[in-house]
Design a protein around this ligand. Structure first.
Ligand code: ZN
Length: 221
C-alpha cells in the first residue's frame, strides 16, 4: 500500500511537471492504404514507431492519445484531427513514411489555410501556434538524430501532393491544435527501409521525436 501511494505520488508528480497532452497519429489506413517498401508497409512502420514514441512519452509523464488503437484500424484524416481536438492536445504529431527517390526525413506543417470537404482551416491561431513549435521540433529532431538520418528540411504542407492541391493537408485543415507531420524515412531507399524495420532504428527515431516534442512544448511555457 505504501508503495502504491508512493508510486501514485511519483506518477502524478511527473504528470504535473509536464501537464501536457500529445496526440500521436500513426498514418494509414485512412483515405488510402499508404505506401510500401520491399519488406515493410508504411502502415506497419508508422505503427511500430508510434507505439515506441507513446511508451517513451508516457514514461516521461506526458499524457498520450493515439488516433488509432491497432495497426490495421482505419481512421480517416478528418477524424484523426478531431481526436487531437477532443483531447485538446498541445501537439499532434503525425507519423508517415515517404516513397520517392531521395533518402531521409522531413517535417511538414501548415503555413496557410487549405480547404477540404467544404471546410477551410486551420484557424489563424493554429497557424500561428504551430509555426514556432514546428521550427523547434525540426531543429531538435535534427540535433537528436545527429546525422543518423539525412535531414531534408522543414517544409510547408504546400510541398506535399495533397497539400499543393488543397492548401494544407486534410489533417491540418481540421486541426484545432498545433500539428506537424513527419515523413520519417523514404521506403524506396534500401538503407532507409532497413533502418525503419530494425528495432534499433525505430527506437532511435522514436527517442529523437520524443525529445523534439518535449523541447518544442517546453519553449511554449
Ligand atoms: Zn503516409
Amino acid at each position: 500500500m505504501r508503495f502504491l501511494i508512493a508510486a501514485t505520488t511519483l506518477f502524478c508528480g511527473l504528470v504535473m511537471s509536464y501537464g501536457q497532452t500529445i496526440c500521436i497519429d500513426p498514418g494509414h489506413p485512412s483515405e488510402n492504404g499508404g505506401t510500401t517498401g520491399k519488406k515493410i508497409t508504411e502502415t506497419r512502420a508508422n505503427w511500430e514507431v508510434a507505439v515506441r514514441l507513446r511508451d517513451i512519452l508516457k514514461s516521461k509523464g506526458v499524457k498520450v492519445v493515439m488516433t488509432k488503437q491497432s495497426e490495421k484500424e482505419k481512421v480517416v484524416n478528418k477524424r484523426r484531427a478531431e481526436i487531437a481536438n477532443e483531447c485538446k492536445a498541445d501537439l499532434m504529431i503525425r507519423l508517415h513514411c515517404d516513397a520517392n527517390d531521395g533518402r531521409g526525413f522531413a517535417v511538414y506543417y501548415p503555413t496557410v489555410k487549405g480547404t477540404s470537404q467544404g471546410v477551410t482551416g486551420p484557424k489563424d491561431e493554429v497557424l500561428k501556434s504551430t509555426e514556432p513549435i514546428a521550427k523547434s521540433f525540426y531543429e531538435s529532431l535534427v540535433n537528436a538524430l545527429n546525422g543518423t538520418m539525412k535531414a531534408n528540411g522543414l517544409m510547408s504542407d504546400l510541398k506535399t501532393a495533397v497539400g499543393s492541391k488543397q492548401g494544407a493537408l486534410t489533417g491540418s485543415i481540421f486541426s484545432e491544435v498545433p500539428v506537424v507531420l513527419v515523413e520519417m524515412v523514404n521506403l524506396k531507399d534500401a538503407e532507409d527501409e532497413a533502418f525503419i524495420r530494425s528495432k534499433k532504428g525505430q527506437q532511435t527515431i522514436a527517442e529523437a521525436m520524443a525529445k523534439a516534442c518535449l523541447d518544442a512544448l517546453k519553449k511554449q511555457n
